[in-house]
Design a protein around this ligand. Structure first.
Ligand code: 5GP
Length: 190
């Protein structure tokens, strides 16, 4: 691998487009080269989530302090009142380990990374249609009617930003999408 010290890979998608599965696949396929960038978040941990593994769970006050100290490479209020952000120190930690950070972040955050780190590889995962996305979210069973509509509206807005990313990957078949992403990542890491 060429010098990985300034490389960053971003996977972004409207919610429910299969982003997390693709991130897990990449971490397994490129174990030696990639490391998951652990974000800060102010929401509560879900069952099975561990502090310092899935996220650094911190208070909103602590998060705002870090914003004022310019500690974030990017941050967003992804859902109302809930902050998420990538610490600069997290990128440095992974680079120091001679690996490339893999970021699983929302669309606005992805655009921010592209702006601040133009050398990054920013991939947009898109489900085949908004109807398909609606089916996936319904199948996941985590949404109320109102929150489902909020997510669909957000997804529709986010899809309109897709052309600002380096590549758009259509995820209508997970295996195919994973292999396509793996090819792009391998070429970027080479
Ligand atoms: P969840 O609460 O379901 O873990 O994540 C909600 C959304 O926040 C997902 O789209 C996830 O990718 C995004 N997210 C996670 N970490 C970050 C981050 O550091 N920055 C930004 N902008 N979004 C993030």
């Amino acid at each position: 691998m060429s010098n990985p010290s300034d490389k960053i890979i971003v996977i972004t998608a409207p919610s429910g487009a299969g982003k997390t599965s693709i991130v897990r696949f990449l971490l397994a396929r490129f174990q030696q080269q990639l490391d998951f960038s652990i974000s800060c978040a102010t929401r509560r941990p879900r069952t099975n989530e561990k502090d310092g593994v899935d996220y650094y769970f911190i208070s909103a006050e602590h998060f705002q302090q870090k914003i004022s100290e310019n500690q974030f490479a990017e941050w967003e209020m992804v859902y109302e009142g809930k902050y998420y952000g990538t610490l600069r120190s997290e990128l440095t930690r992974i680079w120091a380990d001679k690996k490339v950070p893999l970021l699983d972040i929302d669309v606005k955050g992805g655009l921010r990374v592209k702006e601040n780190y133009p050398q990054s590889l920013c991939l947009f995962i898109q489900s085949s249609s908004l109807d398909e996305l609606k089916k996936r979210l319904e199948a996941r069973g985590t949404e109320t009617a109102a929150s489902l509509q909020t997510r669909l509206d957000k997804a529709s807005l986010e899809r309109s930003c897709s052309h600002q990313f380096d590549y758009i990957i259509i995820n209508d078949q997970l295996n195919k999408a994973c292999e396509e992403v793996a090819r792009l990542v391998a070429a970027y890491l080479a």
